[in-house]
Design a protein around this ligand. Structure first.
Ligand code: SAM
Length: 254
């Protein structure tokens, strides 16, 4: 892979922290929600090959059957270095900006994934164009993201109606595209390193997939499996079942 300037959205500065919370098997939601659901949604066979863009420290590669060929690319050298220390056969990692041209063969992967990263990349259409270029015709692209209808950083949050004993989601903005800074360590205030989040409405993702030559074959909404105990448990558990945390899109290259 050619060496180019890292995009400003790279998680290089938050890399050690992210590697620590993800570890070998994934963070809580990777392990309990995302991977179990993803492995059901993705139609892998022993001869499949998977291109994982914005792969972080490569945690998805460690969940796959050993025969599946896996290539992971991320903008953060630190996260790619972390990926390489978890040794596994049939996996390759590269540092690269996944919204730029990639030195990979055209039409060469049966599957593509973009996990918890669509909202961290400024030029998301270019990422979809890369998947279009490097997936085989009929290839399956799976995108998992924080649900864009319910989880908009700084513009959504829980509200409680104490009379009705209801916990609901308040959404202050939705249709407008937003660029939102996120502190990695909020307690450190302005000294904290930060990452960027880009919000676009769900219809915009669908439009971009259509424009880049994909049709959506399936859309799933995944809720948290956590359970509260104590006085507010009923209200909190009901809210968790009503408002999904993640959206998963399965799109096919045509
Ligand atoms: C929340 S992490 C998700 C990582 C991984 N997919 C996971 O599930 O653990 C978002 C990742 O997007 C990467 N990223 C952001 N912009 C990028 C770009 N333009 N090219 C490549 N990677 C990028 C960051 O470096 C970071 O590792």
């Amino acid at each position: 892979m050619e060496k180019k300037k890292a995009p400003h959205t790279s998680w290089e500065e938050s890399g050690d922290w992210y590697d620590k919370i993800v570890g070998e098997k994934g963070h809580y939601y990777h392990e309990h929600v995302i991977f179990p659901r993803l492995l059901k949604l993705i139609n892998l066979s022993p001869s499949s090959s998977l291109l994982d863009l914005a792969c972080g420290q490569g945690v998805l590669g460690r969940q796959l059957p050993p025969s599946v060929k896996y290539v992971g690319i991320d903008a953060s050298p630190r996260l790619i270095q972390a990926a390489q220390k978890y040794r596994k056969k049939n996996v390759l990692f590269y540092v690269g900006d996944v919204s730029e041209t990639l030195s990979l063969e055209v039409d060469s992967f049966t599957h593509g994934t973009l996990i918890l990263a669509a909202q961290n990349i400024e030029q998301i259409k270019r990422v979809f164009q890369n998947f279009q270029k490097h997936l085989k015709p009929g290839g399956q692209l799976i995108i998992v993201l924080n649900h864009p209808c319910f989880r908009i950083p700084r513009q959504s949050g829980w509200i409680v109606d104490p009379i009705k004993k209801l916990q609901s989601r308040r959404i202050d903005r939705y249709m407008s595209p937003l660029k939102i800074p996120i502190s990695t360590h909020p307690g450190q205030k302005e000294r904290s390193v930060q990452t960027w989040s880009y919000h676009i409405p769900l219809s915009h993702y669908c439009q971009l997939l259509k424009e880049t030559g994909f049709y959506i074959e399936s859309l799933e909404e995944w809720c948290s499996d956590k359970m509260s105990t104590g006085k507010t448990a009923v209200m909190e558990n009901r809210a968790r079942k009503e408002f999904p945390l993640f959206l998963a899109l399965s799109a096919i290259k045509y």
